[in-house]
Design a protein around this ligand. Sequence first.
Ligand code: EPU
Length: 420
Amino acid sequence: MDKLAIRGGKRLDGELWVSGAKNAALPILAATLLSPEPVTIRNLPHLHDITTMMELLGCMGVGLVVDERLSIEIDASTIKDFSAPYELVKTMRASILVLGPMLAHFGKAHVSFPGGCAIGSRPVDIHLKGLEAMGATIDVDGGYINASVDGRLKGARILMETVTVGGTENLLMAATLAEGQTVLENAAREPEVVDLALCLIAMGAKISGHGTDTIVIDGVEKLHGCTYDVMPDRIEAGTYLVAAAATGGRVRLRDCDAGDLEVVLTKLEEAGATVTTGPDWIELDMEGRRPKAVSLKTAPYPGFPTDMQAQFTALNAVAEGTATVTETVFENRLIQTHEMNRMGANIVIEGNTAIITGQETLRGAPVMASDLRASASLVIAGLVAQGETVVDRIYHIDRGYECIEEKLQTLGADIRRLAG
Ligand code: EPU
């Protein structure tokens, strides 16, 4: 198993290009199952999760033509097998996103039930209830979801009891080919949901209200091919901004949208950073200052993203003052704090809140990554710690951060991959 070895204490300084967004790319790749014509997706990040989604489509018989820059032309007309096997779903829960499109286009789907993961139990009941409200028959047997519908799905008014990104995406995709109108209430407003809606519209779907909590979809009989560029990854961008801030450094990010990161940028300013933005860039400069502690509470968009919580916990671990970080989206997403305490952090957990008393410095240590964003936070802690930190199980990080060590090296970090 590969590891990352980091010698901390260097102030980051430099410029980076932000990659395409993993969490927009995954539903968009699934959405190509809705079209009888080839769809070309560009600006895909080179990530393990993207390869897994491609493998999933490939094993269904979907035609994939990949060019050297990872633009993919996807042709769902050659599909032969309507199933998502356990072997793939267990490595990537986002495989559940093929359920809605397969059912809506082909009338059937056989998808392994995704289990929980390190960050929480992560049920998919809202996905299934919504599809049933649209006329699907769903039966769970042998760990698989068997879904079918006679003819087309029917438009419905669906009030989702919890704000769910994946649930909104699955139902949004399914509704594009349903008969009549679907209204999704209490819908997720995340920029990745909007990006999916824009791709579906480019494929001929009739959607309004994306980006608000009520999305209205007028079903059409057929979608068509298109070429679509995935949005920049706001979480990758946010992670490098926090890394620069934690080290007292400076970073200029290109190909990113400051509008998607409003609450994160506000928190970074509260921590003492000078943040300037342009139409497709963000610059952060700490001018050597130690960050100030910033308290926060995660919430669905436009609230503070749960996917940035661990990185801010690392920032607070070396900040001046005491902060509270409350996680409200996933029940088990403060686990990385125990590893950070091994590096000399002072973090106390009370329920779903971490109370973090900032330390002047952390000490390098061998630590273990438990999920994607937790791993990123351990890398940030390693960048500020004295001595060497070795982060184990970085396959988590390779699922969501393209070339993390190269990108950090560009900013002057002393980081290298140890092949395991
Ligand atoms: N939930 C239910 N029932 C459902 C669906 C969700 O109770 O049917 C609950 C979940 O258990 C959770 C909450 O609703 O407590 C929110 O979960 P959501 O469905 O929004 O999460 P997701 O779609 O599984 C996506 C991202 C996550 C990100 C969350 C929240 C993708 C592929 N994943 O997950 O990204 O944390 O939204 O923003 O888009 C990551 O990139 O590291 C990551 C975990």
